[in-house]
Design a protein around this ligand. Structure first.
Ligand code: HEM
Ligand SMILES: *[C@@H]1O[C@H](CO)[C@@H](O)[C@H](O)[C@H]1NC(C)=O
Ligand SMILES: *[C@@H]1O[C@H](CO)[C@@H](O)[C@H](O)[C@H]1NC(C)=O
Ligand SMILES: *[C@@H]1O[C@H](CO)[C@@H](O)[C@H](O)[C@H]1NC(C)=O
Length: 362
């Protein structure tokens, strides 16, 4: 209870408007890792963040470093309040001067296309969340290559892989957005990661994970067989696959909760159209409840790997925690997603935060 209370207090302080010197001032506080978060993150730093001294960190570098460290007292992985207002129309000189300005126009267009008439997030949004995983998730710490570099769409042979089936709708939309926004400076890797975060925030109850731009693109296909989409893996194999991406078991459990919104088509074509919980298009915790249930509702299709993960002894307690606590899960999902979204980025410290462009969570 006490930990939650302290954490809520800091939520207010952690918004980007607040000077980071204020937050960085108390070193012993900034270095403190909350016991709950520590178990859920590897605490491993990536790329340039593992060598740059704190004094050399940009605001985005400092934020991402503390998210990777699980340092929730200093940085909230979500920002539920900051709203970015464009200083001028698209293509005006005022707008061109600010990195986030074009992203405000992009995120608004994305958010509009991610909701259906009933206010739920639609198929395009679901595919956008999955696409963010499928671009970034090809990175491997031990073998290199892949990562959040846009290659899932820029390299036609990568998109054609079995792993990437059922992403056609978002692939076509992203190609159109790329044609529209590339001349204004947006890169594919950022469109994909921004798309995933906007999509999650567009779902009712969805998290508002912190969003960063500035990634480089690559048209080199990622090495194959880096994604788990066969959905038949056992839990230990999945944990090992994610560990090779520096993602902890806790982060895996948090990320796979994205299946709260999903509807499978190809894993079992005979059950095409069946959702992974009874409320697809809503970012609730029913996925955790129903995957772990001894009596899941009719029509809910559980992937064998999701079921295995929910029953994996080292994951069970956290699975149940998420089932019962939307706010805890949203924070953990956001932290894990920020981590995922910078895999393979060479100079994380060069990124810029544009969370304010996201829709306010629904
Ligand atoms: C842990 C291992 C994972 C496995 C085995 C897995 C597997 C799958 C499979 C088989 C589908 C259905 C594709 C189809 O037939 O239409 C799917 C859908 C989806 N996955 Fe995963 N996934 C995993 C993790 C993740 C992660 C980490 C994310 C995002 C952070 C994610 C997001 C999604 C979303 C949003 C959909 C729904 C797409 C739609 O409704 O069109 N998945 N996943
Ligand atoms: C920093 O925070 C710690 C723990 O809350 C506190 O004991 C200490 O006095 C603080 N130091 C400064 C310089 O404010
Ligand atoms: C799911 O939720 C129902 C209703 O709140 C509850 O009775 C059940 O124990 C939950 N199951 C799991 C596995 O969390
Ligand atoms: C993108 O590539 C350029 C040139 O190699 C490099 O200077 C820059 O730091 C890279 N950006 C990121 C975010 O890694």
């Amino acid at each position: 209870m006490k930990i939650r209370y302290v954490f809520l207090l800091f939520l207010g302080l952690a918004s980007p408007g607040v000077s980071r010197t204020l937050l960085g001032m108390n070193k012993s506080l900034a270095g403190e890792i909350s016991p709950a978060a520590a178990k859920r993150q590897t605490g491993e730093l990536l790329a340039d963040l593992s060598t740059l001294p704190d004094a050399a960190l940009s605001p985005a570098g400092w934020t991402i470093k503390n998210i990777l460290l699980g340092n929730r007292a200093a940085v909230s992985p979500q920002d539920l309040t900051t709203v970015y207002t464009a200083p001028g129309p698209l293509d005006s000189s005022e707008c061109r001067r600010e990195t986030c300005c074009v992203w405000k126009y992009i995120a608004d267009a994305m958010a509009t296309s991610f909701r259906d008439g009933a206010g739920r997030c639609n198929e395009l949004a679901r595919q956008a969340v999955r696409l963010g995983f499928h671009d970034a998730g090809t990175w491997s710490k031990s073998a290199g290559g892949g990562g959040a570099d846009g290659s899932v769409l820029l390299a036609p042979s990568e998109l054609a892989r079995d792993d990437n089936r059922a992403l056609e709708v978002v692939a076509a939309q992203m190609a159109a957005w790329y044609a529209e926004w590339r001349p204004r400076g947006a890169r594919m890797a950022d469109l994909i990661q921004m798309g995933a975060v906007v999509a999650a925030a567009s779902c009712p109850l969805g998290p508002r994970a912190r969003a960063f731009v500035g990634r480089n693109d690559s048209a080199t296909p990622a090495p194959p067989d880096r994604l788990p989409s066969a959905a038949n893996s056992d839990a230990a194999a999945l944990a090992a696959l994610f560990a090779d991406k520096t993602l902890s078991l806790g982060e895996l459990v948090a990320l796979v909760g994205a299946h709260t919104t999903s509807v499978q088509r190809f894993f079992d074509p005979l059950a095409a159209g069946s959702p992974q919980d009874s409320t697809p298009g809503v970012w609730d915790t029913l996925y955790y409840n129903q995957t772990a249930s001894s009596d899941p509702p009719q029509g809910v299709f559980r992937f064998p790997s999701d079921l295995a993960l929910s029953q994996y002894p080292p994951a069970r307690e956290l699975w149940q925690t998420f089932a019962n606590a939307q706010a805890v899960w949203n924070d953990d999902f956001a932290a894990a997603y920020v981590h995922l979204s910078v895999l393979g980025v060479e100079h994380i410290n060069d990124l810029t935060e544009c969370t304010g462009v996201l829709p306010l969570s629904g």
